[in-house]
Design a protein around this ligand. Sequence first.
Ligand code: ATP
Ligand code: MG
Length: 427
Amino acid sequence: MGKQDKNQKIQALRGMQDLQPEQKETFRLIEDKCREVFGSYGYREIGLPILESTQLFKRAVGEATDVVEKEMYTFDDRNGESVTMRPEGTAGAVRYALQHGLLFNQVQRFWYSGQMFRYERPQKGRYRGFEQIGVECFGMEGPDIDAEILLMCARLWKLLGVDDAIRLELNTLGSAEARTAFKTALVTYLETVKTELDEDSLRRLTTNPMRILDSKVEHTQSLLKGAPVLSDYIDDESKAHFEGLCQQLDMCGIQYTINPTIVRGLDYYNKTVFEWVTDSLGSQGTVCGGGRYDGLVEQIGGKATPGVGFAMGLDRLALMLESNQQAGAKTDIYIASIGAEARQMALRVAESVRSTYPQLCTLVHCGDGKFKAQLKKADASNATLALIIGEDEATNNTITVKRLNEGGEQESITADSLDEFLGNVVF
Ligand code: ATP
Ligand code: MG
């Protein structure tokens, strides 16, 4: 390691974001709505560790996926054990449910939120540290639970006011056997055009051929026109499952399009896969993605257990919401004071207001400053009321109340009557 220049500015790591107060408020709003909606469907929140054993993700997400191959933050801990900062939440949720014996003969509906980490090229809506809220359900194999989580998403988009800007795209990947048969046919076809494939696709031909369908390279896409199509290989049971899902969505008035090119980037999906997509974020248009993962629990070492879930990207959702947000925080009461005694009284009064009216935002002017300057700050804070405490007020235990949004009308009240006074103010 080279010698550090003490004068060199230390900045956040590339792709790791600081959230400004307004952004954090938007995130909080989304999380609150999720808590409300998920709770009303009987989903319970769990908390999961950020750091897990590297093996977990290799087994769950798949060795040959982009995430495991090149996006994970993996390092040896002080004991020489390979650990990874979670790139997604499903693997950890399955590990959790297995470890705590929550899967045998039970159904479970969970949700979680938190930061995920992927070493990607940062751009708008794509970061190296990003926030997801995820939902995972275990022990239910029918299409009704697939429908339920999609209905839950639709309800959430409505509550957040983004339902007009998000659409649902669905596909079915079929059973593991169907995928294997399709994969074999796909590889056989692609071998015949091997010399024309781009470098990434050529590599994937042996590691993860289905991902070639996702290729952004135009020539590769044109080669794929002659390739076998997955839908021809879907088994009857998966077809019936998918039809069941579509019928339930139709019945509930949820609109969707069937998009046969959705394969999802992670290995564990089977049957239903879906994405909620928007056009308002450029190429980072997938706001939420998920599907069924009936083989995953077994893959991680448990008994075969059906599972289905999704994860939404809060950063992308927040970008969609930001334009609707009012800028800046709203203050209700601003307390100005001059002199040591008055300052003490100001803090005391503020504490009392917060106890009686916890829903109000009370801002205390800290530090010195003339009343004129302090009241300018009060105006700028958009407060409804200023409470002014000077030397006289401190001595007489009174407060001067100024109504900032009603022509600055001012009156003196006793400190003891403040609670009652505030009870009659419309904030
Ligand atoms: P993409 O195709 O955009 O890379 P993905 O298929 O890798 O997405 P998932 O692993 O399914 O995404 O994650 C679910 C959601 O998490 C995505 O739809 C997106 O909203 C969000 N997400 C994924 N990666 C990032 C990232 N690097 N930065 C911000 N959000 C992300
Ligand atoms: Mg990705």
